[in-house]
Design a protein around this ligand. Structure first.
Ligand code: ADP
Length: 459
């Protein structure tokens, strides 16, 4: 089976967010299942090829915005997975990612390259990711290429709305597009919507989120379009990568001792009270008040009796919220420690040292925090939503709370601590369950492979 995985970021060449990790790990896992998978990304100026040798395989002309542009296609081997990667270079549009032209141009270049068979390799499926590659299914149809398409939505809230002029630039008639009614007047096109409407199969990053996005609450305005695709929308939970975890992993039989050591050293470093018998809770995540539940986290911290707990907050983002949390750190230095930086190593030290991790997200397409935490024997306390439901099993490997509020979060924290103190056997059993869960990409890849097979079935 031949699959072209098209994406706008790929670790370690270029990484902007979590999608860069997915683009590295998932194709690798699919390749080991026997899929002939290759990746295509724009060749940004900032791309770091390190020691990978690139080979120019084609130079061709592409018409875009009424002008002829030159595109160069290079091939490199991904340094970790050895998956072939095609890099598309054009100094006007692909040097730096600027919405919408970079992506419209990139999508058109991909399809044109396949139409002319420049790769001398023809995928049976193009696996598109997010709005940056969402025009590909439409362009394929326009060019009558018999390639199936899968669109994976990693984040439904980024949709890519822009003026309809972009269609003239790629040479597609407006009538071919699925413009939603409220956007006709504003004369806007929505990249993600086009992808949803034209792709053969849609996936998102957890089974629960795949259902939630059909509702008004989670559909981000696209619920009607998504509902029209019901039966063609699937959820596959992401995995986590082993090789990126800190060396100090918690061995299954020695986790208690190791966690204690990690905890004491982190308490000392952060100026908290150094005492293994105080329950240590952490929050790690983007400080995004719309998604990550920092409002209810703050409310909980304001109302709980802090004396019996320690909280470590690692986040970066909204500055007003950072200030509010800093206030708690300043007035309760022995119980609350905050750091407003992005620091991967520090995050892993926190995962390894904490007893519990708080994930109060209002919505969560998949969420990696809970999986990483569990692999360190740290029990998640999470809002019952999205991918958190698919990975945290209440009372088995963590805790889920129902209503999105500071009070319910506080109740969940108090309940967890009660168990930590008084039902030690149960707590240890739950940590054992968390440590033995399978979050490998291999598991996700098998599900993607099943969906690839599904999409290739004759109708
Ligand atoms: P999202 O992709 O919505 O930000 P996820 O739960 O999917 O949320 O992934 C978050 C990832 O980013 C995790 O690997 C987490 O460890 C990491 N992370 C988040 N904030 C920080 C931070 N301030 N420092 C280091 N790592 C962080």
């Amino acid at each position: 089976m031949k699959v072209l995985f098209v994406v706008w970021e790929l670790d370690p060449f270029i990484k902007v967010g979590g999608l860069g990790d997915v683009a590295e790990a998932l194709p690798q896992a699919l390749q080991s299942l026997g899929v002939d998978i290759r990746i295509a990304i724009p060749f940004y100026k900032a791309l770091k090829l390190k020691r990978c040798r690139k080979k120019l395989i084609k130079r061709f002309n592409l018409k875009y915005a009424e002008k002829v542009e030159e595109v160069e296609v290079y091939e490199v081997e991904h340094p970790l997975s050895k998956v072939p990667v095609y890099l598309l270079r054009n100094s006007k549009y692909l040097d730096t990612p600027v919405f919408p032209d970079t992506f419209a141009f990139f999508n058109k270049a991909i399809v044109s390259m396949l139409v002319a068979n420049y790769l001398k390799w023809m995928p049976e499926i193009i696996h598109c990711n997010d709005l940056h590659t969402s025009l590909i299914p439409l362009l394929l149809k326009e060019n009558k290429l018999p390639i199936k398409t899968m669109l994976t939505i990693h984040n439904l809230t980024y949709q890519g709305r822009t003026s309809l002029d972009i269609l003239d630039k790629i040479g597609i008639a407006k009538s071919k597009c699925q413009i939603v009614h409220w956007e006709i007047e504003s004369r806007k096109i929505n990249f993600l919507l086009e992808g949803i409407a034209h792709a053969d199969i849609i996936t998102t990053v957890s089974p629960t989120y795949a259902k939630e996005i059909l509702t008004e609450e989670y559909g981000a305005g696209l619920e009607e379009v998504l509902r029209a695709k019901e039966g063609r929308i699937f959820g596959v939970l992401n995995g986590i990568e082993d090789h990126k975890r800190e060396a100090r992993l918690l061995a299954k039989d020695a986790w208690e001792e190791e966690k204690k050591k990690n905890k004491l050293s982190l308490q000392k470093k952060l100026g908290l009270k150094v005492d293994a018998s105080i329950p240590l809770f952490a929050f790690i995540g983007r400080f995004d008040p719309k998604q990550k539940g920092i409002d209810i986290l703050h409310k909980m911290l304001r109302t709980i009796d802090l004396a019996g707990y320690e909280f470590i907050i690692l986040g970066k983002g909204d500055s007003e919220w950072e200030e509010r949390f800093q206030w708690l750190d300043t007035f309760f230095p022995k119980n609350v420690a905050c750091a407003f930086v992005f620091n991967d190593r520090f995050a892993h030290r926190i995962y390894a040292a904490s007893d519990f991790i708080l994930i109060p997200s209002k919505f969560e397409p998949c969420g990696l925090i809970q999986m990483i935490a569990m692999s360190y024997g740290t029990l998640p306390i999470a809002h019952r939503t999205g991918g958190l439901i698919d990975s945290v099993k209440n009372g088995h490997n963590g805790f889920l709370f129902n209503n999105y509020s500071g009070e319910t979060l506080r109740d969940a924290v108090e309940k967890a601590v009660h168990m930590w103190w008084h039902e030690r056997g149960k707590y240890k059993e739950m940590v054992g369950n968390a440590l033995s869960a399978d979050w490998s990409w291999d598991r996700s890849a098998k599900e993607y492979l099943r969906l690839y097979e599904e999409v290739l079935k004759p109708i």
